[in-house]
Design a protein around this ligand. Structure first.
Ligand SMILES: [Zn+2]
Length: 241
């Protein structure tokens, strides 16, 4: 019964057209959501705290290495400090406020990523093109990667592409859920993804078509839309009340 309702909910995502290949994508979204149990705020919060790994504490040497090895130019100043302050609600939801070094680096690519679980890197271009709420969503996606960090590493090594895309969808779901929980509009996450794709073209983390590691932009936007509906209604996808 539970399974049936969950499946019905996933099919509402728009993957119900029975063409070859779509089945896999349905499974990826379904599996991504099953990692959370259901979408009730308290259930998700509990589930995430169970999954949450201890804070990774990189030494200053590793941080310097990351910056040096990647030849990143770190930007500082008032705007960067304001951004860091604006991100705090998203970081706090994941118990990473004040515990994760954040660097803004000069780049024409709109990107954010976790560097070796040790630091959060945000580019100047992303800072320029995304609103604060959108940045909180993007950062929440990056923070969500920590929950399945090792599994993702393994999937990379084993070239398990479907698992990689599933983890991306899990992070997308967490991004929307985080925004909702901290009082932002969860739909702004998909808008940011779309903008990042248009501006970043095929570079960076977001691409228009499905890749070995990421679902297509269309699938991610559709997934976000469906999630927003669910979150807006306070619905429980597992069908329990
Ligand atoms: Zn990701």
């Amino acid at each position: 019964m539970l399974k049936q309702i969950t499946l019905a909910a996933i099919f509402a995502l728009g993957h119900s057209t029975a063409i070859a290949g779509q089945t896999i994508k349905t499974t990826e979204s379904e599996r991504a959501l099953s990692r959370l149990g259901d979408l009730r705020p308290d259930t998700v919060r509990r589930r995430l705290s169970e999954l949450r790994p201890p804070v990774y504490q990189p030494g200053p040497v590793l941080l310097n290495e990351i910056i040096k090895r990647k030849e990143l130019t770190v930007i500082s100043g008032e705007r960067v400090e304001r951004l860091k302050a604006a991100l705090q609600p998203a970081l706090a939801y994941h118990e990473r406020d004040g515990k994760l070094p954040i660097f803004v680096v000069r780049s024409e690519q709109p990107k954010a990523y976790m560097a070796e679980r040790a630091a959060l890197i945000i580019t100047t271009k992303l800072m320029l093109i995304a609103s604060e709420a959108e940045l909180r969503g993007i950062v929440a996606h990056e923070l969500a990667h920590e929950y399945f960090w090792e599994e993702r590493d393994r999937a990379f090594k084993e070239r398990d592409e479907s698992s990689l895309r599933e983890i991306e969808l899990f992070c997308d779901a967490v991004a929307a859920i985080t925004l909702k929980a901290i009082g932002d509009d969860p739909a702004c996450y998909a808008r940011a993804l779309e903008r990042m794709t248009i501006i970043g073209a095929t570079a960076g983390n977001v691409t228009r078509s499905e890749t070995k590691t990421h679902p297509s932009l269309e699938a991610r936007v559709k997934f976000n839309r469906w999630l927003c509906q669910q979150l807006g209604q306070g619905a429980v996808i597992a069908g329990r009340r």
